[in-house]
Design a protein. Structure first.
Length: 45
């Protein structure tokens, strides 16, 4: 099952995340999912 949620973030953060996603050839959603999975496993700060 997939759950959809909305988050609010500063425009500058959104721009930085979007640029990083594009640099990696990912969608913004895919980048955020990747980062959140790593965080949930204790692999990120």
């Amino acid at each position: 099952m997939v759950v959809q949620t909305t988050i609010r973030m500063p425009e500058e953060l959104h721009q930085k995340l979007k640029a990083e996603a594009e640099r990696r050839g990912l969608t913004l959603n895919a980048l955020l999912i990747h980062v959140l999975w790593k965080w949930s496993r204790g692999q990120v700060g």
